[in-house]
Design a protein around this ligand. Structure first.
Ligand SMILES: [Zn+2]
Length: 62
């Protein structure tokens, strides 16, 4: 009976990337205005900054 918007904890998936989802989430206290705890919030930001993005930004700036 969980709605993702209403569950209290961090929504970071704890299962491996290449595994079938087992729906175990981090569940720690979430950062404000985030679906993740502070630690996983940082990870979610970093994962958005992969090399391709960095190269793209650099090219755009140049
Ligand atoms: Zn977390």
């Amino acid at each position: 009976m969980f709605h993702s918007s209403k569950s209290g904890g961090c929504q970071w998936p704890m299962w491996p990337h290449d595994a079938a989802p087992n729906h175990q989430y981090c569940g720690r206290r979430r950062k404000e205005n985030s679906s993740y705890c502070p630690e996983h919030y940082q990870l979610s930001i970093r994962s958005g900054e992969d090399e391709d993005t960095a190269v793209f930004v650099r090219r755009k700036a140049a």
